[in-house]
Write a protein that binds this ligand. Structure first.
Ligand SMILES: [Fe+2]
Length: 190
């Protein structure tokens, strides 16, 4: 995909990402700083956020090449968390507006569908904050927890098209997991 057609802030961001060079996993601290820097451009994101109603889940792809890093703006409404899932690629997440609760999990899968899930890290992300994940420690969920603040609109940067990979989805409440074959995005919200 040519980045020449992208709006200025996204073109600049894509160029900066490009400068990190080839490799399976870039310097995630630098990736995180770039992502938080982009998320700070509230003027650019205001109309994109306005196009996603606050009451319902929604997303808007911003950079989506065939392979390699891609960027999406994701909104979850009041009190809605996603299912826990793996990616099999690196990930960065940074709120533009609102408060995103981010949980990373240790997950041990059993053949019978049970999973031992232990919360490894929980953070309440505001604009300026960023969470990054690198496989195999890439099992997370995120969304909105009532009482934390306004529901989030967040940038999610993925190192590749995760739908090309075999992934897993977990239900921490039930202690279960299921395989997500390539192409299966899993359940969006719980
Ligand atoms: Fe994710």
């Amino acid at each position: 995909m040519s980045t020449a057609a992208l709006p200025g802030p996204l073109r600049y961001f894509a160029a900066q990402l490009d400068e990190l060079g080839p490799g399976d996993v870039p310097d995630m601290d630098r990736v995180g700083r770039l992502l938080a820097g982009l998320a700070a451009d509230t003027e650019f994101f205001a109309p994109l956020i306005a196009a996603i109603p606050a009451e319902a889940p929604g997303d808007r792809w911003l950079i989506r090449p065939e392979r390699g890093p891609r960027l999406v703006l994701v909104h979850r409404p009041e009190g809605v968390m996603g299912y826990t899932h793996s990616h099999r690629c690196w990930v960065g997440i940074a709120p533009v507006r609102g408060v995103e609760t981010h949980q990373r999990w240790h997950a041990d899968r059993h053949q019978d569908g049970r999973a031992d899930l232990r919360l490894a890290d929980e953070r309440t992300l505001h604009r300026g904050d960023v969470a990054t994940l690198i496989p195999p420690r890439d099992v997370h969920n995120h969304g909105h927890v009532p009482g934390t603040g306004p529901s989030p609109y967040s940038l999610i940067l993925l190192g590749d098209d995760m739908l090309l990979f075999d992934r897993e989805e977990y239900d921490p409440d039930r202690g279960t997991w299921r395989a997500l074959p390539p192409g299966d995005p899993g359940r969006a919200n719980r």
